[in-house]
Design a protein around this ligand. Structure first.
Ligand SMILES: O=C(CO)[C@H](O)[C@H](O)COP(=O)(O)O
Length: 310
């Protein structure tokens, strides 16, 4: 436990470590450095510079922001490695990049060009509808999405060193992000109050490895860093994710599909830093110009990226 009462998971990584890998706890520790930060989707070196200047703790290189993936359709893939290299040269903060679910060759390519993290992401078109990447086969740390505690712990068992709740990327609508964060946090609260004897059945019910469920119970939180993603469009949305207990946020479309990306990016960083101070939140939310338009999710025709994997 650290001074601020936060459970430090770095030293606990060894308990999650399969025999095969000697690096898992190092990857988990590396992701800790991102806590309290904002990770911004960027598609060009210029956008990466805007993100860094605004105070992003990392950027996520992808071929199109999720709102454009939705609007344009087609198969969304890993972005051009040449472009990712240019983005790496443009900034000093860590650069993440997305690989399709199950596409371990895209991940090999991203590792070979030196990205700092790979996001095995449902925002891209899945390559394998049964299997995720065996992330223990890589030196580079992975982040993966989840909608609930079981899904988070399954990804961690496969080697994810960081988790993000999925939300619904590219909608500018926070409702699914709230649902997913509340689901994870609610299950952790229920788990903490459970008798140890009940954990076997609970682990079976959420289809998660017993040892990771038990570790989560003991820590009172996910055993790796947990960010929110998908639908964050305003400083208030970002602060909401933090007040619900997340360690940081990913923002994609919400910044670069808004009227003034640089100003909105700065405001969202401030909101994450001062997430429990409504006066600062009021100040940074003022005069930001147009937010992204967004999509109403009660429309059944809207594709759910979050349901693309279990
Ligand atoms: O997939 C992501 C995180 O890995 C995206 O960065 C995130 O979900 C973006 O969503 P949005 O465009 O709604 O902000």
């Amino acid at each position: 436990m650290s001074d601020d009462g936060v459970v430090m998971v770095y030293g606990n990584g060894a308990a999650l470590e399969p025999k095969k890998s000697s690096t898992f706890s190092v990857k988990v520790g590396l992701a800790q450095m991102l806590r309290g930060g904002v990770i911004m989707d960027v598609v060009t070196p210029d956008q990466a510079r805007i993100a860094e200047e605004a105070g992003a703790c990392a950027v996520m290189a992808l071929e199109r922001v999720p709102a454009d993936i939705r609007a344009q359709g087609g198969v969304a893939r890993m972005s051009d490695p040449g472009l990712i290299k240019e983005i790496k040269r443009a900034v000093t903060i860590p650069v993440m990049a997305k690989a399709r679910i199950g596409h371990f060759v895209e991940a090999q390519i991203l590792e070979s060009i030196g990205v700092d993290y790979v996001d095995e992401s449902e925002v891209l078109t899945p390559a394998d509808d049964q299997n995720h990447i065996n992330k223990h086969n890589f030196r580079v740390p992975f982040v993966c999405g989840c909608r609930d505690l079981g899904e988070a712990l399954r990804r961690i068992r496969e080697g994810a060193a960081m988790i993000r709740t999925k939300g619904e990327a590219g909608t500018g609508n926070i409702i699914e992000a709230v649902r997913h964060v509340r689901s994870v946090m609610g299950d952790i609260r229920a788990l903490r109050n459970m008798d140890d004897d009940e954990v076997f059945t609970f682990a079976k019910r959420i289809a998660a490895p017993y040892d990771l469920v038990m570790q989560t119970k003991q820590l009172g939180r996910l055993p790796v860093v947990h960010f929110a993603a998908g639908g964050v469009a305003t400083p208030a949305d970002a602060a909401l994710m933090m007040q619900l207990g997340c360690d940081g946020v990913f923002v994609g479309s919400g910044i670069f599909k808004s009227g003034d990306p640089a100003q909105r990016a700065r405001a969202i960083v401030q909101a994450v830093t001062h997430y429990s101070d409504p006066e600062i939140l009021a100040e940074v939310s003022s005069g930001l110009g147009e937010a992204m338009v967004g999509i109403n999710l009660s429309d059944a025709k809207v594709e759910r990226f979050a349901s693309r994997s279990e």
